[in-house]
Design a protein around this ligand. Structure first.
Ligand code: ADP
Ligand code: MG
Length: 305
């Protein structure tokens, strides 16, 4: 199978969208930017051995690569417009490609983000997704707007992806297959909070997606905003399955330090009602660094573990 047949068979047919003027197949895609909107662009690369294993289910390799890129759009409050896929393949493995293509298809549908083009090369397995999104002109959810007194919120529950990674790596000692698989799914198939980001756009003072762990990512907000943060650790949302499989202390450590949950961490002016499914976890202070009522926390993580 030649390169063009491969592209046609596994990467085409997903380019339709309200703003696709020319999709996949020409030298470049052409997109419409509606009046009074601006373009948002972000790229994310996943490398075998670093971001996933050679044995990771190809459907999930595609899905989570796109989810992590789309999550950056969510964190800016943007709506997906389209994405490109630069893929480097060691060989043409038709079963792998067919499965990968199923993940592309599911992600395009779930995130309403057409695959408008890409590039296909030979080499060590690498997937690079460039996402394009739209924002109303003059608006963006940035990291630098948090003010002392603001409330700090997170969406969903944290740490599930870190638990799921242990399942993927065969390092999970929990023996409840169903609970393990629920955590595994959180790692394999994360949900970028695209709707939440767009909902927060008019009133959040800052926002970031949690890709590197709460402490690291909240750390980016407080550095960019030149403020401090005080967390109430008892309010950090943990899933029942994470606590059951790993215990309370390890679950909290995973929530603080584990990455790849792709939930949003954001700040709201004091007293502003947060959207459903979000939990208040602390307050922005006029200090520096992240602390709890029991003392400071380092960006690298919770030193007790
Ligand atoms: P060119 O040589 O002009 O750069 P290519 O032969 O690389 O074009 O690609 C042909 C068409 O197929 C282009 O529209 C390109 O965007 C698309 N394409 C190539 N690889 C991929 C891919 N991995 N995913 C999606 N579209 C792809
Ligand atoms: Mg060309």
């Amino acid at each position: 199978m030649g390169e063009f047949e491969l592209i046609k068979r596994y990467f085409s047919g997903l380019d339709h969208g309200p703003n696709t003027l020319i999709g996949l197949g020409d030298d470049a895609a052409v997109l419409n930017i509606p009046p009074d909107h601006t373009l948002v662009v972000s790229v994310d690369t996943s490398v075998v051995g670093t971001h996933f294993l050679e044995s990771t289910f190809a459907e999930a390799v595609a899905y989570r690569s796109i989810a992590s890129a789309a999550s950056d759009l969510a964190a800016m409050g943007a709506k997906p417009l389209g994405m490109t896929l630069a893929i480097t393949l060691p060989e043409v493995d038709e079963w792998w490609l067919r499965t990968f293509s199923e993940g592309l298809c599911r992600a395009c549908a779930d995130f309403q983000c057409p695959l408008i083009g890409g590039d296909t090369t030979r080499g060590p397995l690498t997937i690079s997704i460039t996402v394009h999104g739209l924002l109303p002109e003059g608006r963006a959810l940035t990291r630098d707007g948090a003010k002392p007194g603001d409330d700090i919120y997170v969406s969903g529950t944290l740490g599930n992806a870190a638990g799921g990674l242990k399942v993927e790596l065969n390092e999970c000692e929990g023996d409840d297959f169903e609970l393990n698989e629920r955590l595994h799914d959180a790692w394999l198939s994360p949900t970028p909070r695209l709707e939440l980001g767009q909902t927060l756009l008019p009133f959040a003072t800052s926002c970031i997606d949690i890709s590197d762990g709460l402490l690291a990512d909240l750390g980016h907000i407080i550095k960019a905003s030149q403020v401090g943060a005080k967390l109430n650790l008892a309010d950090i949302p943990l899933s029942a399955e994470l606590v059951t499989v790993f215990g309370q202390d390890a679950a909290l450590a995973m929530a603080l330090k584990g990455g790849e949950d792709y939930e949003l961490c954001f700040t709201l002016p004091e007293g502003t009602a947060a959207p459903q499914g979000c939990r208040r976890i602390g307050k922005i202070t006029d200090g520096t660094g992240i602390e709890t009522k029991d003392g400071p926390l380092t960006f690298e993580g919770w030193t007790h573990f």
